[in-house]
Design a binder for this molecule. Structure first.
Ligand code: TXA
Ligand code: MG
Length: 335
């Protein structure tokens, strides 16, 4: 029987045994990446799914493992400002300032591409997204491999970004060569993505680095309309269990009453234990009330919402725009 090479490659990937290691496996991870394999590793934001950004075939493996649409570009991680400059054609002066203040860190710059990275990294756009991560394991892998590494979040497309190695295993075990477990990521939310191709920076995805912070460094910053309108091009994760956000205590009470009369088992996402007491509440998901703590817990909670435990989940609002941005994207109905 003749098997086409494409099917053969996909069959091999189906049978792959994923090596799971701690940071003592960094050398092996580097070797695998240099050989064109795909490896998940922690960054300070979320786990990334990395492959040699200069190798088209390696990058294709990322798209296959994630089930990611080919028209959604990946960002490239680099170890230094110098390595970042190599991938881009030109850099406005304000980006230089932003890099000095915020990088390494949770910010991705979209810049005119020098066409060094494989075509599919940029999804055929004339731009490339670049970031210098601030995590010892990510930096060690980048430095030792001496490569730019294409690294989207290490989840299956449509699932929440992974903040622990366990989340990566849930989504990608058997589909990728290795996972380097470096514990929970520091922030737990993805980087701020900033379009730096124009006169002033424009935020395309909100993150821990805010428009105000960027503006305070370079004097101006806009937020793209789709960010404020919460109308993102690619569908975001919505849990199997309906998730509602209650914007006031009255709304919270009304939802509890309604779902109780429907005999539904109610779960609540709240800042602390017993924030709200009611006999129909069968499960409390504690998000916290400090931004750092909330960011750290959010995706783990969203991943854990389960039909076998609750029929519906009601969340209160939380005092953080970035948390509300991610929570609203996951909500069934934004009320
Ligand atoms: O914090 C992060 O950014 C994590 C860690 C692993 O680095 N990565 C991450 O990757 O969240 P991903 O692929 O899930 O999100 C990258 C975002 C996507 O929304 C993508 O559309 C956008 O960046 N992006 C990448 N390159 C772009 C480009 N050339 N033009 C416009 N948007 C781009
Ligand atoms: Mg992602």
């Amino acid at each position: 029987m003749v098997i086409s090479s494409k099917i053969y490659i996909e069959m091999r990937e189906l049978e792959m045994k994923t090596v799971i290691t701690d940071k003592s496996g960094i050398d092996e991870a580097v070797k695998l990446i240099q050989e064109g394999e795909v490896v998940a590793f922690p960054t300070e934001t979320v786990y990334g799914l990395g492959a040699n950004a200069l190798d088209e075939e390696a990058v294709q493996k990322i798209f296959r493992a994630k089930g990611r649409p080919n028209d959604n570009p990946l960002n490239a991680l680099v170890a230094s400002k110098k390595a970042l400059y190599m991938l881009v054609e030109s850099i406005p002066a304000y980006v230089d300032q932003l890099i000095d203040v915020f990088s390494p860190g949770p910010i991705t710059y979209i810049l005119p591409s020098a066409n060094k990275v494989a075509t599919s990294v940029s999804a055929n756009l004339p731009t490339v997204g670049v970031r210098i991560p601030n995590h010892p394991i990510a930096l060690a892998i980048l430095e030792q491999s001496a490569l730019p590494i294409a690294a989207p979040s290490a989840n299956v497309s449509g699932r929440p970004s992974p903040t622990t190695a366990k989340h990566v295993v849930e989504d990608l075990d058997g589909k990728i060569a290795a996972i380097v477990d470096g514990g929970a990521t520091n922030y737990g939310l993805e980087s701020t993505v900033v379009d730096c191709t124009g006169e002033i920076p424009i935020i395309l995805r909100s993150g821990m680095i805010t428009a105000n912070q960027i503006e305070s460094v370079v004097g101006a910053c806009q937020i793209a309309p789709h960010v404020t309108a919460n109308s993102h091009k690619y569908k975001h994760y919505t849990p199997d269990v309906p998730l509602y956000i209650a914007h006031s205590e009255m709304e919270f009470n009304e939802l509890i009453q309604k779902e109780t009369s429907n005999n539904n088992r109610i779960g609540v996402i709240v800042p602390y234990k017993h924030y709200y007491a009611h006999k129909s509440i069968v499960k409390e998901y504690i998000l916290g009330n400090q931004e750092e703590e909330m960011a750290h817990n959010l995706y783990d909670i969203l991943r854990s919402l389960n039909k076998s435990e609750v029929d519906i989940v009601i969340s209160t609002v939380f005092p953080s725009p970035i948390i509300m941005d991610r929570l609203s994207q996951a909500a069934t109905t934004v009320k």
